[in-house]
Design a protein around this ligand. Structure first.
Ligand SMILES: [Zn+2]
Length: 62
């Protein structure tokens, strides 16, 4: 299964990075460290359209 890179913006440092989403997992929520500042982020993936997942990013400690 192919991973889809989705550009997201970190709520800590405001940099953009690509989150890799596995569309075979359906809607999902997981923690990933920001690729730039390494703060833990809670990523919520909505797969209404499996070809272009919507990813919402929140600070994990909020
Ligand atoms: Zn960051």
């Amino acid at each position: 299964m192919e991973l889809i890179a989705v550009s997201v913006q970190c709520p800590h440092c405001w940099e953009h990075f690509d989150a890799l989403v596995d569309p075979s997992q359906g809607d999902q929520e997981y923690v990933e460290d920001c690729h730039v500042c390494c703060q833990p982020l809670l990523l919520t993936v909505a797969l209404e359209d499996p070809e272009s997942p919507q990813v919402t990013v929140r600070a994990e400690n909020e």
